[in-house]
Design a protein around this ligand. Structure first.
Ligand code: NAD
Ligand code: TYD
Length: 340
């Protein structure tokens, strides 16, 4: 049995990864370390709380003593770091917590891996570290060699973490890999991000706030395909390497919003154009050749199928997102664990 630490496992991608790993690897035990910030939702993991191959620990990756204790107690075989502040708009309002969690938190984990005897460490990063591409050059894509060139405090903090991870490899021989994925969507996505916000607002009859003219392009990947890519990197990725993850599913924001409305059988009258995001990245587009050639990875889910499944999931799991929107999800930890 191998024990993997998944930090940020109560968030969107981390929780999907936990389910993916427990489902596909019967010899894997997962420990989640999550601070349960506003973005962490223990209800998402509730079906696992009594599973003998799962343990949830509430804690902050910036808390060095707590992290080191947990490493000593568990003797991890590998660490996958999803824990982060992840919302660009929030990073524009309050940058500091992004630097603290995303950079300093990563350093604490790297140090713990080093102390633990060079534990395998995978950093979940983002294509946003490459900045953006122009809208009128569809021939351009981000490769692993594209220079780091960030736009928001969020992307700058993720880039800072990536550089630190690479420095630990070069300086201390740390046993690391980094993945940079495009925008994810799917179940358990917090409804402050574009796709779940639009689905849930449309279901509630609220307006759909599109920034600027809705022309910005994102490269969407169904979350399960991101999980399978990280799994492959953990198994066969070359140490010290960066891997880009994406499935060539570029859509403008307006195309995405209209597709959601069509799936819900609603007209487009609820779309409202609102003030643009400062520094708004124009286009993201990943070249995933290295993942395909080195690790044989390819995405399984087209955007049309993934979006249909995602809309259906939000229709079938109304309690989940209504608890998020009402704030009721914040009480779940206390209900389950009391005041511990
Ligand atoms: P999320 O905001 O849904 O989840 C983040 C999780 O981290 C939450 O459970 C939160 O409670 C936890 N967390 C935050 N600060 C913490 C701290 N100090 N200590 C411990 N836990 C803490 O984020 P997500 O969308 O699931 O993204 C996960 C990772 O993937 C992030 O590192 C993000 O940069 C990266 N990523 C996200 C996307 C995307 O489209 N969402 C794309 C590429 C990469
Ligand atoms: P988001 O989901 O915040 O992801 P990111 O900024 O990390 O790519 O936003 C995706 C795109 O959707 C981005 O171009 C901003 C836009 N957007 C809106 O137009 N309206 C919204 O309410 C939100 C949250 C995002």
């Amino acid at each position: 049995m191998k024990t993997i630490l998944v930090t940020g496992g109560a968030g969107f991608i981390g929780s999907n990864f936990v389910y993916y790993m427990l489902r596909t690897h019967p010899n894997v035990r997962v420990v989640v370390l999550d601070a349960l910030t506003y973005a962490g939702n223990l209800e998402t993991l509730s079906p696992l709380l009594d599973n003998p191959r799962f343990r949830f620990v509430k804690g902050d990756i910036t808390d060095r003593a707590a992290v080191e204790n947990l490493f000593r107690e568990e003797g991890f075989d590998a660490v996958v770091n999803f824990a982060a502040e992840s919302h660009v708009d929030r990073s524009i309002d309050t940058p500091e917590i992004f630097l603290k969690t995303n950079i300093l938190g990563t350093q604490v984990l790297l140090d713990a891996c080093r102390k633990g005897g060079n534990i395998r460490f995978h950093q979940v990063s983002t294509d946003e570290v490459y900045g953006d591409l122009p809208l009128d050059r569809p021939d351009l894509f981000f490769t692993e060699e594209t220079p780091i060139h960030t736009s928001s405090p969020y992307s700058a903090s993720k880039a800072g973490a990536d550089l630190l991870v690479q420095a630990y490899h070069r300086t201390y021989g740390a046993n690391i890999t980094i993945s940079r994925c495009s925008n994810n969507y799917g179940p358990y996505h917090f409804p402050e991000k574009l796709i779940p916000l639009m689905i849930t607002n449309a279901m509630e009859g609220k307006s759909l706030p599109v920034y600027g003219e809705g022309k910005n392009i994102r490269d969407w990947l169904y979350v399960k395909d991101h999980c399978s890519a990280i799994d492959l990197i953990l198994q066969g990725g070359r140490i010290g390497e960066v891997y880009n993850i994406g499935g060539h599913n570029e859509r403008s924001n307006l195309q995405v919003v209209k597709a959601i409305l069509a799936l819900l059988g609603k007209d487009e009258s609820a779309i409202t154009y609102v003030k643009d995001r400062p520094g708004h990245d124009l286009r993201y587009a990943i070249d995933p050749t290295k993942m395909r050639q080195e690790l044989g990875w390819k995405p399984e889910t087209t955007f049309e199928t993934g979006l249909r499944q995602t809309v259906a999931w939000y229709q079938e799991n109304r309690d989940w997102w209504e608890h998020v929107k009402s704030g009721a999800y914040l009480a779940y930890y206390k209900q389950h664990y009391g005041n511990t």
